[in-house]
Design a protein around this ligand. Structure first.
Ligand code: ZN
Length: 243
């Protein structure tokens, strides 16, 4: 199995509604009044962990292709089939060393874009890229309201995202299409917490698919737009162009 080249998928993630991806403290403080979002320690600004996005993409594909990839107990899919498109694309448990080559997809952490940081700085009610939203939880018997305060990244914020997809086998182009299918599904689902209550609707915008072949690395060539999808700017359009 030989490395043939990389594809770069990049663009913006637009928060169509408030986004809450909890930090570690969140899990410990369940029911507390303080639900922080995950922050980059260097900048004290929120970011979208690549693992959150990748995990959501994977789980939605498992549901979409439930006949192939959904497990009986609903646990995350993991198999030993050397031809499994899902495991080859998104990865296997480290102990399952199967001759299918490296995990094809890398999803990087997504950081806020410059314009968004400027907008956050201009608004008094936004601190460290987040606003605080009070939510009432009603006691079902007494109807007493218990307020809880949730931090969230405000709607309209943009993050720069980047994914790298490596090609080793002829079937990998089909697996690349799977990535865009998953991105489209995330847009119709949600990222982070409280999605069923309106949080975490996102859209991928200004999406670009670029390529760099094995020889481009040797000769020092930069990324080039992938011709077949050069006019497409959304996950859905790229998916359609790849077909
Ligand atoms: Zn599998």
């Amino acid at each position: 199995m030989q490395f043939k080249g990389n594809y770069l998928i990049r663009g913006k993630i637009l928060c169509c509604t408030g986004l809450h991806i909890g930090g570690v403290a969140d899990a410990i403080k369940i029911g507390g009044t303080d639900a922080p979002v995950i922050m980059d320690r260097m900048t004290s600004l929120p970011y979208i962990p690549g693992s959150s996005l990748k995990g959501k993409m994977r789980s939605l594909l498992e549901q979409r292709h439930g006949d192939k990839w959904l497990t009986e107990k609903g646990n995350p899919h993991n198999c030993k089939d050397p031809g499994c498109d899902l495991c080859i694309t998104f990865g296997r448990g480290a102990e399952d060393n199967i001759m299918a080559g490296p995990t094809r997809l890398i999803v990087r952490d997504a950081y806020p874009d410059e314009g968004t940081i400027g907008n956050w700085n201009d608004k008094e009610d936004i601190m460290h890229g987040t606003e605080v939203k009070g939510e009432n939880f009603l006691n079902r018997i007494s109807s007493a309201a218990t307020p809880r305060f949730l931090e969230r990244v405000p709607a309209g914020s943009l993050f720069n995202f980047e994914m790298v997809f490596s090609v080793y086998a002829p079937d990998d182009l089909k697996r690349l299409a799977l990535v865009f299918e998953a991105m489209s599904m995330v847009e119709d689902n949600y990222l982070g917490a409280s999605g069923t209550r309106g949080y975490g609707k996102i859209a991928f915008s200004d999406v670009e698919l670029l390529e760099k072949t094995k020889d481009d690395y040797t000769s020092g060539e930069d990324w080039k737009p992938y011709q077949k999808t050069a006019d497409a700017t959304t996950a859905r359009e790229i998916m359609a162009a790849l077909k």
